[in-house]
Write a protein of this length. Structure first.
Lengths: 142, 360
């Protein structure tokens, strides 16, 4: 995935503009009729070395805020919550063999899944933009 | 940094995975000064230690150490310890950081009828672990002496620039290596401890020594099949269940817990600690249920991703009838049932890893 647009920095953590975010540290990228999702730089750095990603199955119907899978590091495990409701249309199978992509390129090759959203117009209001997420991160770091 | 038993300690310095690799392939150093240490001396010190621990202290010769257990009257494990015989009637006991107060209280209470002196030295003696196949070479350069004649669980006193050191060929990683005690290195004035740490790091550079944190320490001991007190062994587990009977000498003189353990042995041990390798993708963690034929038969007490084997490993307690190596079970991880096989300890291939590979 190309990492375009501008990127804000909050402490050590990158927050690219043009994406939407959740307070559980997922990001959402609108790509036409679908949404690509992953976990933020803050999330991957907090987890440390990712060694396993439990991916959802293509075709699974997700409801916003429901766990769609998990990302595990050597010492910790974190749920990945669906930032939007919809059907999983694609998962990043490269993470099966190279889960460290989540650490290396959290906003790029470390993406987790693509969702066909069903209620995006309503649910997008529950998401943060880059500025909102950056402000939220600042409160988390205090 | 994380809090562990009241100490601020790093979970990792650089990366848990690379720290584990350094220890398995070359050498790593751990600051384990949080561990409890006591010097036990006096004319009854041998009989006292034989009474409060399960291994045979009378059989220890000077400059030798052994792994042992403190048990309560019911045979439950109060703590697991290493006892090092420094001299006749003088022992160094190393115990778990989280059990400092409990152990000292227990030992002092049980010591009443004996002529012994129990001196708590945890905060006066620093402790580092230098672990890995190149640990001996690094320590030889640090001390300027040949250490090859020190056997596993052997000990030697050394002088390093006027500081008195005791090194024991022990550790909590499964690898060859030493634990280095610096006497007269109080925690409130860490200058001597820091000097020793720096010296080891300097000489270790040629071997790419890595400082290692608690994360690597926990994984390395689990890969070696070693117990973590509080997780894998507690006051409600017995040494027989934990498969630690190699340090329980039922035929030695009277000791606390002996009758209960002899009874348990005669009646047969119901549940035992086993190692499990996960065959599906996933990482078992403490408290995950273990299933046999869709019945919950036990639970995981420690689990992790093993960087050495690149798979999930765990230990837990299950009924004896399912404990044979090769037995298949399921471990339930976050709602998913993963296939797991019972394996022996240590988890890794002992021809490639562990202290025994260096022994030809």
């Amino acid at each position: 995935m190309p990492e375009r647009d501008q990127t804000m920095k909050v402490g050590d953590y990158e927050v690219p503009e043009g994406l939407y975010y959740t307070k559980e540290h997922e990001w959402v990228k609108l790509e036409g009729n679908t949404c690509r999702i992953g976990i933020s730089d803050y999330a991957q750095k907090s987890l440390h070395e990712v060694v396993f990603v439990d991916l959802p199955k293509v075709g699974t119907q997700m409801i916003q805020s429901q766990s769609l899978g998990s990302v595990e590091s050597v010492k910790a495990v974190a749920d990945v919550y669906a930032p939007v409701s919809g059907e999983i249309s694609e998962v990043n199978l490269r993470l099966t063999d190279t889960p460290e992509l989540v650490n290396q390129h959290p906003y790029g090759d470390g993406w987790i899944a693509v969702v066909k959203p069903s209620r995006l117009e309503v649910e997008i209001k529950n998401l943060l933009d880059a500025k909102g997420y950056a402000d939220f991160l600042k409160t988390q770091m205090k | 940094m994380t809090e562990f038993a009241g100490f601020e300690m790093p979970v990792w310095y650089d990366s848990i995975v690379s720290e584990c690799r350094a220890v398995r392939n070359s050498v790593g150093i751990f600051d384990v000064s949080h561990m409890g240490r006591a010097v036990i001396s006096g004319e009854d010190s041998t009989s006292f230690l034989d009474y409060v621990t399960t291994n045979d202290v009378a059989a220890l010769t000077v400059n030798r150490a052994h792994y042992s257990l403190i048990c309560n009257e019911d045979g439950g494990i109060v703590d697991d310890v290493v006892i090092d015989k420094l001299a006749e009637n003088q022992y160094l006991m190393v115990f778990n950081a989280g059990n400092r107060d409990k152990d000292l209280g227990w030992l002092k209470k049980k010591a009443e009828p004996f002529s012994v002196n129990i001196k708590h030295v945890s905060d006066q003696v620093s402790m580092f672990a230098v672990q890995g196949p190149n640990a001996q070479q690094v320590m030889e350069q640090v001390c300027g002496e040949d250490l090859s004649s020190i056997p596993r669980f052997g000990e030697r006193s050394l002088d390093l620039e006027g500081m008195k050191l005791t090194v024991t060929r022990t550790g909590y990683t499964g690898e060859d290596g030493f634990e280095v005690f610096t006497w007269g290195a109080p925690s409130e004035d860490p200058s001597r401890a820091v000097a020793v740490w720096s010296e080891i790091l300097d000489h270790g550079k040629a071997f790419h020594i890595q400082p290692c944190g608690l994360g690597a320490r926990d994984i390395l001991r689990l890969e070696a099949g070693m117990c973590l007190y509080g997780n894998d062994i507690t006051e409600s587990t017995s040494p027989l269940q934990a498969r630690l009977s190699f340090v329980v000498k039922l035929t030695k003189s009277e000791f606390i817990g002996r009758d209960a353990l002899a009874r348990e042995k005669a009646q047969g041990v119901k549940k035992v600690r086993v190692g499990l390798k996960v065959l599906d993708a996933g990482i078992p963690r403490a408290e995950c249920p273990l299933l046999k034929d869709s019945q919950v038969v036990g639970k995981v007490t420690s689990g992790t991703f093993s960087p050495t084997m690149s798979q999930g490993i765990a230990m837990g307690y299950i009924p004896r009838e399912y404990s044979k190596v090769g037995e298949n079970l399921l471990v339930e991880v976050r709602g998913k049932k993963l296939r797991a096989a019972v394996v022996g300890f240590p988890f890794y291939d002992t021809s490639k890893y562990g202290w025994q590979r260096t022994k030809k």
